[in-house]
Design a protein around this ligand. Structure first.
Ligand code: DQA
Length: 145
């Protein structure tokens, strides 16, 4: 079974408590469960990882080179908008990377409109809540088939 790595960055462990107008009340554990169940329907194994530490995120991305990961979904939270370190780590990967956001980043504050990951990702799914992850996983399945 092909393995898809789902990465969650800074502050995303607070989904469920954080700004429900933007992110709803779903918790990260519920998101991970829903994405894993959908992965099984698509014939994919989903591995989820969250950290608030940029170096740990870079290390997890490096580990994806050798752990059999076939595609990566990443919601890096605010790092999306400024972390060249995470962008560089993603750029080293040879597998497809899809950027994900729960909220509609282009309808929010200006600083959220820019992604430093844009040159290194296949595409972006934003604004659809948990469905952003599920639509990105569907796209990953299509890219891998
Ligand atoms: C987010 C959007 C980012 O701008 C924000 O910093 C987050 C969450 C989203 O999922 O909508 O932490 O990535």
């Amino acid at each position: 079974m092909k393995k898809v790595l789902v990465l969650h960055g800074i502050n995303l462990n607070m989904f469920g408590k954080r700004d429900p107008a933007q992110y709803g009340t779903v918790t990260l554990a519920q998101i991970d469960e829903e994405v894993k169940v959908f992965g099984r329907e698509l014939g994919l194994e989903v591995d989820c990882f969250q950290t608030n530490h940029e170096g740990e995120m870079a290390q997890r991305i490096h580990d994806a080179h050798t752990d059999g990961t076939s595609a990566v979904l990443i919601n890096a939270g605010a790092w999306t908008h400024y972390s060249y370190g995470i962008a560089d780590a993603l750029a080293i990967l040879e597998v497809p990377v899809i950027e994900v956001h729960m909220s509609h980043v282009h309808g929010r504050e200006e600083f959220r409109h820019h992604s430093v990951f844009a040159p290194v990702v296949k595409g972006v799914v934003s604004g659809l809540g948990v469905d952003s992850y599920k639509m990105a996983l569907r796209a990953a399945a299509n890219l891998l088939s």
